[in-house]
Write a protein that binds this ligand. Sequence first.
Ligand SMILES: NC(=O)c1ccc[n+]([C@@H]2O[C@H](COP(=O)([O-])OP(=O)(O)OC[C@H]3O[C@@H](n4cnc5c(N)ncnc54)[C@H](O)[C@@H]3O)[C@@H](O)[C@H]2O)c1
Length: 270
Amino acid sequence: MAYNLLKGKRGIIFGALNDQSIAWKTAEKVFEEGGSFVLTNAPIAMRMGEINKLAEKCKAEVIPADATSMEDLENLVSKSTEILGGKLDFILHSIGMSPNVRKGKDYGDLNYDWYLKTLDVSALSFHKVMQVAEKQDAMNEWGSILALSYIAAQRTFPDYSDMAQAKAVLESIARSYGYRFAKNKNVRVNTISQSPTVTTAGSGVGGFDVFLDYADKMSPLGNASGEDCANYIVVMFSDLTRKVTMQNLMHDGGFSSSGITDDLIEQLTK
Ligand SMILES: NC(=O)c1ccc[n+]([C@@H]2O[C@H](COP(=O)([O-])OP(=O)(O)OC[C@H]3O[C@@H](n4cnc5c(N)ncnc54)[C@H](O)[C@@H]3O)[C@@H](O)[C@H]2O)c1
């Protein structure tokens, strides 16, 4: 059921790789709610052409951009405002990648060039996107900017490796840039800390299936799905959340506040 929550709003959605991606599901929901947007992803991620199917469905244009490249981002933001016919009301940063995790590097044997790549792609890119948007004065007053995080920023999950530091930096950038953007432009900046979700990035983390089951049992409402996350993002992009800023918003079915649950006890006593 649609509520027209984003009628007339314009934005950019980063990170729709395939139909499992949180960004993909978000694009579908934003479109249903009346929003228009440009889709973007790293040029290499567009090889399979999947994103074009989403673009067609959502009547969106696609502009490739490596989110670590200032040049690509400048081009993306200026073309987007041109195509959409005005300034932006929302931006979704749904980007994460660790070469160390991908290549199975142990946390005690990390490759530091890759570590820097993890931080650049998964965290600094968020700062870059906002810096470009601010310099081009591309955001509308009361706009909303979101990035996706994970609770490994606060607690240790061994297989998450250097992505844990990337998420900690990402959340910190949301607070620092959130302050700045609020003061300058009444724009809000938040991160959503999402339950483990079956996607390409999620499944890259070791022992993911077992972990998904554990998280589900540790969450009184069960894991939040990609669709649930997309719904939450729509609300955060809408005018109903204008005074929420500089927050890391837990979207995890209660996982982060639970010590143990009956479901987990039952499983462990089997
Ligand atoms: N899946 C989970 O369990 C989970 C849980 C919490 C948070 N998150 C976060 O959600 C976000 C989206 O991930 P997802 O789970 O939908 O997986 P996904 O693999 O579908 O999306 C990750 C995206 O990042 C893009 N990307 C990688 N390098 C890039 C670059 N240099 N420039 C531009 N884009 C680049 C990829 O192409 C891909 O589209 C990530 O920040 C991820 O860490 C995921």
